[in-house]
Design a protein around this ligand. Structure first.
Ligand code: COA
Length: 292
């Protein structure tokens, strides 16, 4: 889809890059020539992810030399640890060009049963983690006069909210507000901030916590007009477009990628569930008054 040098010469930091969509973005960025630096909490996962990034990038692109990916075992909730990581990245590779705030946490729970710590844990990872990374790299970029691009992963329920994921809904709404606030404030420094709101993309992390059984998964699928879940490379392609020099005038934008799921509240959309399309068409034509 992209020129193989689209991200050549760029360094990208991806939080939560050891698995799921973070890893999919890391693999795609590396394939297009970027030096990718992933961080997460689990060393073993990160080491395995780096090998996979290297392998995938090398097999998909032999036109460009792919810089060695790197990893840091860092919990984004820990401001000082993020600061140490940022200093070390700067020392090793110079300031990055791209930051993807992807690290997240989520689980299903009735809100009245949430403990204080459960709510705080998710808000700490998602909202504070995004602030920590953005604040730390942002101030470095501003001081150095370096142009940069930030991509925040939000959700399709950022604006609507959602039952049973209250901490995540509140935290992601905060991230959405942060994206737009800084997009305006930091445009003068040539720092762009955008977000992606992914609908259903199967990952081990999300599926095991949010759609743990087949029945749930099947009822969920029915709500997606495209009739399927998202493919990781579809999200990674969108991420490449938003972080790269292909979109220099786009900032403060949130792109939803969900096969149309967000439109489910359309008043007569329920009809699509009632019968197959040929039967529905027949029914509509029967309702049409005949011309004399
Ligand atoms: N339902 C209700 N409360 C829950 C919960 C659940 N399914 N899972 C965790 N909690 C509560 C814990 O009980 C604890 O609260 P307490 O101290 O009052 O008992 C609090 O949340 C923190 O849990 P803990 O396991 O100590 O936190 P952690 O920092 O080790 O893990 C999570 C963070 C909970 C988000 C964990 O699920 C995780 O690591 N997820 C990462 C990946 C992820 O969530 N991916 C999905 C992205 S869509």
């Amino acid at each position: 889809m992209f020129d193989k040098k689209t991200l050549h010469g760029k360094t990208a930091v991806i939080t939560g890059g050891g698995s799921g969509l973070g890893l999919a973005m890391a693999e795609m960025f590396a394939t297009l020539g970027a030096r990718v630096i992933i961080c997460g909490r689990t060393e073993e996962k990160l080491k395995k992810a780096v090998l996979s990034i290297k392998e995938k990038a090398a097999s998909a692109n032999d036109d460009v030399e792919i810089p060695e990916p790197d990893w840091f075992s860092v919990d984004v909730r820990d401001y000082e640890a993020v600061e140490l990581m940022a200093n070390e990245i700067e020392k090793r590779y110079g300031l990055p060009d791209i930051l993807v705030n992807n690290a997240a946490g989520n689980f299903l729970s009735a809100s009245e049963n949430l403990s204080k710590n459960a709510f705080k844990t998710i808000v700490d990872i998602v909202l504070h983690g995004t602030f920590n990374c953005t604040r730390i790299f942002g101030s470095k970029w501003i001081e150095a006069g370096k142009a940069a691009s930030v991509l925040n992963i939000v959700t399709t329920y950022t604006e609507s909210g959602s039952s049973f994921v209250l901490p995540s809904a509140c935290a992601k709404a905060g991230v959405y507000a942060m994206t737009n606030s800084l997009a305006y404030e930091w445009a003068t420094y040539n720092i762009r901030l955008n977000s992606i709101a992914p609908g259903p993309f199967p990952t081990e992390g999300a599926w095991s916590r949010l759609l743990p059984d087949e029945k749930m998964e099947k009822s969920y699928l029915k709500m997606i007009p495209a009739g399927r879940y998202g493919r990781h490379e579809e999200l990674a392609n969108l991420a490449v477009f938003l972080v790269s020099d292909l979109s220099p005038y786009i900032t403060g934008e949130c792109v939803t990628i969900d096969g149309g799921e967000r439109l489910k509240s359309g008043q007569f959309n329920f009809i699509t569930q009632m019968a197959e399309r040929p039967q529905l068409k027949q029914f509509f034509s029967m309702m049409k008054p005949s011309r004399k």
